[in-house]
Write a protein that binds this ligand. Structure first.
Ligand SMILES: [Zn+2]
Length: 95
């Protein structure tokens, strides 16, 4: 599945709710899911970790749908197979 397909799937399932909720409250849900991802990282529960990664991606896609951003286009524009800072295929930026 491509990023665009995942975003389209989220649009089909949730856009009628996401659009009513609006960008600010959808962003707040995304923040909550990011926090839960952090909790899952701390817990060491691998099933919870995978579930929270899925939730973060789902809410990111929902937020992109609400504000009209094509996630795949945005991602590939910024990360076209190389580091956007040093321009190399394998990042050589100082850490
Ligand atoms: Zn780099």
């Amino acid at each position: 599945m491509r990023i665009r397909e995942a975003q389209g799937m989220m649009r089909a399932i949730y856009y009628h709710k996401d659009s009513r909720r609006g960008a600010k409250r959808t962003w707040e849900w995304l923040l909550e899911e990011v926090r839960e991802l952090g909790d899952a990282l701390q817990s060491g529960d691998e099933r919870a970790l995978a579930s929270e990664f899925a939730d973060v991606l789902a809410w990111l896609a929902s937020l992109a749908n609400v504000v009209g951003v094509d996630l795949e286009e945005a991602f590939l524009t910024k990360y076209p197979g190389r580091c956007p800072k040093c321009g190399r295929a394998v990042c050589a930026c100082p850490t």
